[in-house]
Design a protein around this ligand. Sequence first.
Ligand code: TMP
Length: 252
Amino acid sequence: MKNRKKLYEGKAKILYKGPEANTLIQYFKDDATAFNNKKKAQIPGKGVLNNFISELIMTRLKDINIPTHFIKRINMREQLIKKLEIIPIEVVVRNIATGSLVKRLGIKDGKILSRPIIEFYLKDDKLNDPLVSEEHILVFDWASHHELEEIISLSSRINDFLTGYFFSLNIRLIDFKLEFGRFWKNDETSVILADEISPDNCRLWDLKTNKKLDKDRFRQDLGDVDKAYKEVAYRLGVLSENEFKKVIKNDL
Ligand code: TMP
């Protein structure tokens, strides 16, 4: 790993050059950040859990023909992924009002939306990832009309699928954030799901108690962040308590 070329370091992940030209290695860190990096901490084992959780979800999405950048998990913290040109838009899908939606518009926290809302944010830390409209995306060429249609259609399918999937595990999928990229093949591009899907970028509430099982535990200082992520991993069946303990002992 030491000789590998680091191409990009984000808040929670690092991208290294992959073994082939059109691949990358995605490394999951234990770093947690919130409020655009203003709040920071290390959550031991978070990277391992997110690697396994995201692997499972990306694999399930592939099973229903959602194109994703995930190729395979390499080890406890790394995945081989397709190299994409990232579209600079964060797509947020909401089923229940909470978070910034509630703050911005004064909607009642926990209100079940009459249908899912898809929002777009410009990926730009310096500007604090501002909310943008479809018009902004098209006029400023962040994505083409065809790409935007594809992004909306994929996001909606992903939401329908994941809502049911988590529901079967007694978890309510409140909202989540997706990122997409362009994959180049023979001078043509297609839109592919990128990044990760994990408790870092989803809001997951226990169906019966509404207990938060996601990064809001860190954002809101609710404690037991690692326990919540483990709970999600166990419910998804990706990592047993014993396996996780072994990993953490040898890995850190
Ligand atoms: P929000 O309510 O703060 O706008 O967040 C909506 C969803 O997007 C929530 O599931 C958390 C996720 N999210 C990220 O993954 N990264 C971010 O930088 C932000 C602000 C939200």
